[in-house]
Design a protein around this ligand. Structure first.
Ligand code: NDP
Length: 793
């Protein structure tokens, strides 16, 4: 082709990047790797697997499958190194993190080329996105290490972090995991994905070059079983995982009851919503980034296009035109838009899902995009005529496949957007900022991008709602995933309570008993479905009252009431919620003597202790009221002309299972902050001393608390917490009971990946406000949503 012809057609030529430096690096290691444990590479082991180039199928290197012995050695090295690393202090650790960041920048080209070779993603992306963002994570978290002592007083490292990462952003995910862990004083054992371990091994070499103390970072390679060995290791204190929702569930079950901290960053089916007033050309470019970046193998890919009906045809025409200009080819060619799918297995999976969707009636569009003759390539694909409930619209395809639907009103757009079990991200396109900012809080997703998409930065948290997992990575909010309060290690075992026996005669059937408390559901007193009651007995064995024996059906009714009340309560201003909480406090105060008497009767507490419990409960209500309009979010400082609003939102419907002890104080300490933040709650009070809680319904009724915000179901703690844990309508569950009960709650919560907070059989000191009031509680009661708003013309 002559230059004149090139000017005429404006076609791109190829711009190949040389793989020679990356291949030379592999050669220096004889194309065979062991693990990186305790500051040194081990010899390549006997059990090996190959790392292949998805573009050519060529073997790049042979890697070692870790054994239990290898994992034990890595965890032991991390455990040995942890104290020294934490004791180095924030400023000391910061120096190391800066050094790592600089070395990543120094070797940026090598990282980028190696990543493209191994994963198949275009060099344009590894060079301009993956590697610089990874370096940025180390720089940013070096700063957090420096500031830890002043900004997170009272917190310390969790210990050894086991980190399991996927193949779609191998090096970037490593940085997302390792940088905050090290900054907060943890040491790590990381397993990269089997397909893409090479940049992790290059990073290990960088750790040596940076003089990182031995054992602070350990990298073991292998398949899923190795991930499982790490997560199951008794000396691993924290598990951080990114990958499929299926494996996320397995890890939730595997770690249940172990006391390990867990963060799960899982799949998504994120909506990309285009309103009729959007800048359609920009939105088309947005779609390109949303679904064809990294061949669509992105957890937060905008894979569900929702377009306003009025512009749908015009928008799809523009999109199809743009699709015709996309270039698919050799990942090392700097002028391709899409490279390879990571592996033939993933290619087959995408092909299978699309073929099945088309057989079910979806309409397929592809431009006439030439693909290389061999290698793992899949063309950019658009599917229309898709039902909202179909597999194509609900399941993560994890490939360059966009599914399009239309909507008529903003309400319908929100409904469609939320019609998913996932909730990772959403992208909204409209020139009407009022509309966009009005909808952002209504969308159930951890990240909302307004007139932009796939923006990431170390200063902004990232993570999901619903089955997209829990926990945040990045931003101030992400730091809390790698620390624990210093007081946590001082907690003592919770007192064991004996479950009460059923009274077969039915509620109210005992003569001479005037305290036959009902449940409180939807703002009304409710009889238990079972028709049975449970006795409330004084410490000396005297029968002092009875409460309903709640069952599955009562919990269902209570969850229904809480769900019904949620939208209104969530929308109510913090100011209004504060007023109601103050009112509850005043009304409780007016009846202090009665509540003190009840506590003395049920628990045998002294007059002084009972008075203190009531007064502290009143104080907790005042504290929660005070916080209701003050637990603010943040505006994150990211390298973007715009603002990122980190908004604190309520979790939703919360189940709260109270401990046996401190029957009034624990109830109030847990419920007050939960509702102050806009959650509605289903509460199971102390099962041995429930009357103080059930008496509260009169206080609620006289304090303007809307029906359904607080629902109380009495009964056996562990029976009812099991039902709450299984219930799909419960978004979060707090459990303060036994060790076994904590394990059961965590295990059952895997079904819908509800957020859990369990005490693992340890009792909080309910009188201590550091443990049982303020931030310690408020963080459990909220989730952070990051809303990205670029500005300027
Ligand atoms: P997985 O969730 O299986 O893999 C993620 C990581 O977990 C890998 O390191 C994997 O190891 C490891 N792993 C697998 N099983 C276990 C286990 N039981 N215990 C501990 N660790 C384990 O994702 P896949 O690679 O299998 O991809 C399957 C699908 O998952 C994709 O098609 C996509 O839909 C989704 N996915 C989502 C991602 C996201 O970011 N949301 C990322 C990747 C995939 P190894 O790979 O070596 O077997």
């Amino acid at each position: 082709m002559t230059i004149a012809e090139i000017f005429e057609t404006m076609d791109y030529g190829t711009a190949p990047e040389s793989p020679s430096m990356a291949l030379a690096w592999l050669d220096r290691h004889d194309r065979a790797f062991g693990h990186f444990i305790d500051g040194a590479f081990t010899k390549p082991g006997k059990a090996r697997f190959d790392s292949l180039s998805p573009a050519t199928g060529a073997q790049l290197a042979s890697l070692t499958e870790a054994t239990q012995k290898d994992v034990n050695a890595a965890v032991a090295a991390a455990a040995r190194a942890q104290k020294g690393w934490a004791d180095l202090g924030g400023p000391g650790r910061a120096r190391h993190l800066y050094a790592l960041a600089r070395l990543i920048q120094k070797h940026a080209r090598l990282f980028a080329v190696l990543e493209s070779l191994d994963n198949g993603k275009p060099i344009r992306e590894t060079r301009d996105a993956d590697v610089p963002t990874a370096a940025r994570h180390f720089y940013h978290h070096a700063g957090w290490a420096q500031l830890m002592e002043t900004e997170l007083p009272g917190y310390e490292a969790v210990g050894v972090a086991g980190q399991i990462i996927p193949w779609n952003f191998p090096f970037l995910m490593l940085a997302w995991k390792i940088a905050p862990a090290l900054a907060m004083g943890n040491t790590v054992v990381l397993k990269p994905a089997e397909y893409t371990s090479l940049t992790a091994l290059l990073f290990a070499e960088i750790c040596l070059e940076a003089g990182l103390p031995a054992g602070v970072v350990n990298i073991v390679t292998g398949h899923g079983a190795v991930g499982s060995m790490i997560a199951g290791h008794k000396d691993v204190d924290k598990v951080a995982f990114t990958g499929s929702t299926g494996v996320g569930r397995v890890l939730r079950e595997q770690t249940a009851g172990s006391g390990k901290k867990l963060t799960l960053e899982l799949g998504g089916k994120s909506p990309f919503i285009v309103f009729d007033d959007a800048d359609l050309d920009s939105a088309v470019e947005g779609v390109v980034d949303a679904i064809w970046f990294n061949q669509g193998q992105v957890c937060c890919a905008g894979s569900r296009l929702l377009v306003h009906e009025a512009v749908a045809a015009r928008f799809l025409d523009k999109l199809m035109l743009r699709m015709a200009r996309l270039r698919v080819g050799d990942p090392l060619d700097k002028s391709v838009d899409l490279g390879c799918i990571v592996d033939p297995v993933q290619l087959a999976r995408i092909t299978r899902m699309v073929d099945r969707g088309v057989a079910d009636g979806a309409v397929l569009y592809r431009a006439d995009t030439p693909l290389p003759d061999s290698g793992c390539y899949y063309p950019p694909t658009l599917l229309t005529g898709v039902e909202a409930g179909s597999t194509l619209a609900q399941e993560e395809i994890f490939g360059p496949v966009l599914v399009a639907m239309s909507f008529r009103t903003p309400e319908e757009a929100v409904q469609l957007a939320n019609n998913s079990r996932y909730g990772l991200a959403a992208s909204l396109w409209s020139e009407n900022i009022n509309l966009a900012l009005g909808l952002a809080p209504q969308i159930k997703a951890g990240v909302v991008w307004i007139n932009c998409t796939n923006q990431f930065d170390a200063a902004a948290g990232f993570g999901g709602y619903r089955e997209s997992g829990f926990g945040r990575e990045g931003g101030r909010e992400g730091l809390y995933e790698y620390v624990k309060p210093v007081w946590q290690k001082t907690l003592k075992d919770a007192p064991e309570a004996k479950p009460a026996k059923l009274v077969e005669t039915g509620l109210g059937g005992l003569s001479g008993i005037d305290r036959t408390a009902k449940m409180y559901i939807g703002g009304k007193q409710a009889r238990p479905d079972s028709g049975y009651a449970m006795p409330v007995v004084s410490p000396k064995g005297r029968l002092i009252g009875q409460v309903g024996h709640g069952n599955r059906k009562d919990i269902r009714n209570a969850v229904e009431a809480a769900t019904g009340a949620l939208a209104g309560w969530q929308k109510a201003s913090g100011h209004l919620r504060a007023q109601i909480l103050y009112y509850i406090a005043e009304n409780l105060s007016a009846r202090s003597a009665e509540f003190e008497g009840r506590l003395r009767e049920m628990t045998g507490a002294s007059a002084k202790a009972a008075a203190t419990e009531v007064q502290t409960s009143i104080d907790r209500l005042f504290t929660a009221a005070a916080w209701a309009d003050k637990y603010d979010g943040q505006v994150h400082s990211v390298p973007l002309r715009g603002a990122v609003l980190a908004m604190k939102e309520p979790v939703g419907v919360l189940g709260i299972v109270c401990p046996a002890e401190a029957p009034l104080l624990a109830f109030v300490s847990l419920v007050a902050p939960a509702i102050a933040m806009g959650n509605t709650v289903v509460v199971v009070p102390s099962d041995i001393a429930p009357l103080a809680a059930t008496d509260l319904y009169q206080v609620f009724d006289t304090s303007d608390l809307p029906g359904g915000v607080v629902n109380i179901v009495t009964g056996h703690r562990d029976e009812l917490s099991g039902t709450l844990a299984d219930h799909y309508g419960v978004d979060g569950l707090w459990y303060h009971g036994s060790r076994d009960g904590s394990a059961r709650v965590e295990k059952a919560s895997a079904a819908n990946l509800k957020r859990t907070w369990v005490n693992n059989g340890k009792a909080l000191d309910w009188t201590n406000p550091t443990q049982a009031a303020g931030e310690a509680l408020l963080r459990h009661a909220t989730e952070v949503k990051n809303v990205w708003i670029p500005y300027g013309e």
